[in-house]
Design a protein around this ligand. Structure first.
Ligand code: GLY
Length: 344
């Protein structure tokens, strides 16, 4: 078993690899726990959940990250009799982790929680980091808090049941981790690029472990995103805008946003022409871009609504070289101007 630690002022959170997800149950049995999951995960794995631990299953998908779902879960937890010593175990992907982390953080002013992370996207990114948010009136993660899970379990055996498209969503965030902070990991991804598919998960364990090490180290240095943590938003400024315009999956949107950010890093004179071409070629070869064409004018109009804007600008993440990112405050108008000139 391998372990990565996220240290925040309030908690030490451990992410565990190479252990079976079912070993977690020793940690939660007999202490007034509840499992929060979604109907898909419950259908596939529910028979293996520990008997006697109540299960609350939500509808799969982003629309469950709502106040009404939270209200419903809290009512069920009150009826079950979960008290302040209780424990919330979220079993699922990014949506379930957000919901379970949010509920646990506010239920009776906060109970402990942990995650069994079932998708590549959540293993690589969503289950680690301590942000727990839900959506209100179409605004994503507009209410939420920072609170670290006690543990996250990443068992690659669970990825076998993932649909192929979900697998590629995760690959996008994995590539992001390499691009911002680890040239060696990037070279490994380049060398494996023709072979990465959900049909062969053997290289994935190591890649996920390395990506989580990167995220954990960044979050430990800056949990609340006042500085270095911003680099984790690489590809997300343009990507989120495209995601909102077209309602495309997050990983595809981030892949498109990374491609645009690479070209922007080149046009601002940070990245060499050769590196920019190599990285763009890599993104194109990984099968992670959106399957529809994106109208850059439409996306440029959307940038101004970015919730991470700071006054008239955004702390935009550039690449200085493959494996090294930095941020610079860029005005919304300059971002829009670049985007309008961006061609795929
Ligand atoms: N829970 C996701 C993050 O903190 O980045």
């Amino acid at each position: 078993m391998r372990r990565v630690v996220v240290e925040s002022p309030a908690t030490v959170s451990e992410v565990l690899f190479g252990c079976s997800w079912q070993t977690t149950f020793e940690r939660i049995e007999g202490r007034g726990s509840v499992i929060i999951t979604d109907h898909n995960i419950d259908r596939i794995y529910g028979a293996l959940f520990p008997k006697g631990v109540p299960v609350i299953a939500v509808k799969p998908g982003e629309e469950s990250k709502s106040i009404s779902t939270i209200e419903d879960i809290v009512s069920q937890m009150v009826s079950i009799g979960i008290d302040r010593e209780g424990f919330v175990l979220g079993i699922g992907g990014g949506v379930v982790c957000d919901i379970a982390g949010f509920v646990a953080s506010v239920y009776m002013r906060g109970v402990e929680f942990g995650f069994i992370s079932t998708s590549l996207l959540s293993q690589v990114d969503a289950s680690t980091g301590g942000k727990n948010g839900i959506n209100v009136s179409g605004s994503k993660n507009v209410i939420g808090l920072f609170n670290q899970p006690r543990f996250v379990i990443c068992d690659s055996a669970m990825l076998k049941t993932l649909p192929e498209s979900e697998y590629f969503q995760g690959l996008s965030e994995l590539l992001k981790a390499a691009l911002i902070a680890d040239r060696e990991l990037l070279e490994t991804i380049i060398s494996l690029s023709g072979q990465l598919s959900s049909a062969d998960l053997s290289p994935i364990d190591d890649l996920v472990f390395r990506a989580v090490e990167i995220k954990a180290s960044v979050v430990t240095r800056d949990e609340r995103e006042h500085g270095v943590r911003r680099i984790l938003n690489f590809g997300h400024t343009f990507g989120h805008a495209a995601e909102l315009c077209y309602n495309i999956p997050h990983g595809n949107a981030v892949a498109w946003g990374m491609l645009a950010a690479i070209k922007f890093s080149r046009s601002e004179g940070y990245l060499s022409g050769e590196d920019s071409e190599t990285l763009a070629g890599l993104i194109e070869s990984l099968n992670i871009l959106p399957d529809k064409s994106i109208d850059v004018d439409r996306v440029a109009d959307r940038i101004q609504y970015d919730k991470k804007r700071s006054g008239e600008g955004i702390h935009f993440v550039f690449l200085r070289s493959p494996g090294e990112a930095f941020t610079r405050l860029v005005s919304i108008s300059d971002l829009a101007l670049f985007l309008r000139s961006f061609k795929l």
